[in-house]
Write a protein that binds this ligand. Sequence first.
Ligand code: CO
Length: 134
Amino acid sequence: MIGRLNHVAIVVPDLEAASAVYRNTLGAEVSEAVDEPDHGVTTVFITLPNTKIELLAPLGEDSPVAAFLERNPSGGMHHVCYEVEDIIAARDQIVAEGARVIGNGEPKIGAHGKPVLFLHPKDFCGTLVEIEQV
Ligand code: CO
């Protein structure tokens, strides 16, 4: 069911410092920072030949990544995102298999303008999984 790895998301305390690490130390193609007030994050996209890395920093008061940063002050891997062709069919199969979708189960429009769902890390090997319809 799942297809390509769309991105790996890493939460960081300092986007500018993290961008410099990827741009200078690792020699990657790094975008400008983009505020996404609807999602409570500021994002930087790193384009690799086969996938993307998203650097996420909290934006605003009740950012969904603020608690993660409190537990991981120097940052850390936050989630992986797999592509699916049909997010409703994917959700239904996941739920039928006994795994949990976070929230009310209805896809939201994610940072790339595509429908996404997040899956419970306890059902996926301790990793927060995002699925995105492409
Ligand atoms: Co993501």
